[in-house]
Design a protein around this ligand. Sequence first.
Ligand code: SAM
Length: 301
Amino acid sequence: MNSNELTRTGKDIATPVRTKEIINKYGFSLKKSLGQNFLIDLNILGKIVSAAGLDASRGALEIGPGIGALTEQLAKTAGKVVAVEIDQRLLPILGETLGGYSHVEVIHGDVLKLDLKEILATRFPRCEGISVVANLPYYVTTPIIMKLLEERLPLEHIVVMIQKEVADRMAAKPGTKDYGSLSIAVQYYCEPAVVTIVPKTVFIPQPNVDSAVIRLSLRKEPPVPVEDEGHFFEVVQAAFGQRRKTLVNNLMNRYPGRMARPEWEALLLDNAIEPQRRGETLSMEEFARLSNALLRTKCPD
Ligand code: SAM
């Protein structure tokens, strides 16, 4: 058996027939405003589950189980699955579709408001590692991922289905059109890898955008030495302020009155950064050097 293939039961939720059957049985109407696009393809689910590297000693936190298509496949592989769902109407459905799995727990709530640190600490006893695995609601993809990263949750991987365009931005390298503050924020915390591109046809209903599965593997240490993270991300934002402007112009715009142009240019040159470059050409290492150096310059009173 290919490692991406799942053990199929013939009754899996993620088929067009079974999904429609469940939706009809409960008279469930899908809410576009909650990003409800359900997966109906077991091959794609196999790729998601296998990218997360789960086994009986590991746990999975799922965000948005829907009717349980992915949850069911996670349950077959992981030692524990906790799924957070905002839509109360799905709870009785999940009670039935996942009823056979005693190691699956469903929590009703908004993932953006829940205390995930507490959930990870209390709901996964005996798990050696925990990963987030999800087909994310697209209207809140970036806030969810940034919450997972900024709260420094003790996760191994984040394997998520998201808009392809957002996946491209997260994994982008310096000097490319997709490279921006999101690329740096994500790559500061993780190593990204696009697992697969996903056609619209594997969802009910089909979304308007193309999708991709991305795996973010959490770093143990930041990849560059940063003295003040808040300041580092502020400098990154500033550098991308207006993409057509040079780095020195964007910095002068963000920090007006801080220094005169020749001093800005000298600071950049002292740190081996040509002032006429654009923010999108700077590596994370260069941003770290710039931010650390700027911290040491005196603010005007
Ligand atoms: N996992 C299912 C699948 O793959 O078929 C459903 C995925 S669907 C794209 C997104 C799910 O996230 C929906 O069930 C939706 O109700 C839920 N959701 C939306 N916003 C949420 C939030 N803020 N917190 C938790 N769940 C949310």
